[in-house]
Design a protein around this ligand. Structure first.
Ligand code: ZN
Length: 248
């Protein structure tokens, strides 16, 4: 989990408000800012509705997300990863630097189809890490520079667009390029974690074929959509900023 989607959608608004030419850029505005915003909001609605629907369905295996993650890690011979509870809603993620698997309370304590799907997905990241899965290593390597780029971006956009400093617009383009590369590397990492999760849940008998398996697929596929939306948003923001620079 943990896409930069919310951040990217926020920066789309900022880019739009800050562009003096605004609608003057015509169809570019719709294509680079409008369409990604709609896709992003739609993906967020899809993921929260899939989660809320399938978190009401109790899996017959009757184990919580935390128990599910611990069982999967044990079966994969991973003994140095801690499964911990976090209060952030949908804040589930695996932290490779601390070897900690963070599960939100709704997942940690609940034996629902949604909780098991997410717990298995995060365990999938821990397995990727233990097996030195190359895209995960690549993503870890560019996390620091991605953090710097995303922290600088609001100031760069405000300085570049609101105060008309062209040098900052060029810097902003570089920042979006970094975010775009990060989102691109994120795609195989996330798809692979979900692919592993579905196989493991079935093979370990944690999720039964039929309705339970369908629910896991719906939740994980909706989550995958948010990563595609974040990639589209990063691409749209980058192209928009480039078209603004070209008009100056
Ligand atoms: Zn993930």
């Amino acid at each position: 989990m943990y896409p930069l989607l919310g951040f990217l959608l926020g920066s789309s608004w900022l880019l739009f408000i800050g562009s003096p030419s605004g609608f003057g850029l015509g169809s570019n505005w719709l294509l680079y800012i409008g369409v990604p915003l709609i896709i992003g909001i739609w993906a967020q609605i899809r993921v929260s509705s899939a989660f809320s629907r399938w978190s009401k369905v109790r899996a017959s295996g009757n184990i919580t997300g935390a128990e599910c993650a611990r069982e999967i890690l044990q079966a994969a011979q991973i003994h140095d990863v801690n499964v911990v509870e976090t209060n952030d809603f949908l804040g589930d993620h695996y932290d490779p630097t601390k070897k900690q698997l963070h599960l939100s309370s709704n997942v940690y304590n609940t034996p629902s189809v949604a909780a098991l799907g997410i717990a298995a997905h995060e365990s999938g990241h821990a397995i990727q890490h233990a097996r030195a899965y190359a895209p995960l290593k690549a993503r870890m390597a560019i996390v620091p520079v991605t953090m710097i780029a995303s922290q600088m971006l609001p100031f760069i956009i405000i300085g570049g667009l609101f105060f008309g400093i062209t040098g900052l617009i060029t810097l902003g383009i570089w920042c979006y390029l970094i975010l775009l590369v990060f989102q691109l590397i994120t795609l195989p990492v996330e798809f692979d974690a979900s692919r592993r999760a579905k196989i493991i849940l079935r093979e370990m008998g944690i999720i039964q074929p039929g309705e339970e398996a369908v629910g896991v697929n719906k939740v994980l596929n909706a989550a995958a959509l948010t990563y595609i939306a974040a990639f589209v948003a990063a691409l749209g923001n980058l192209l928009w900023l480039m078209s603004i620079r070209d008009r100056r």
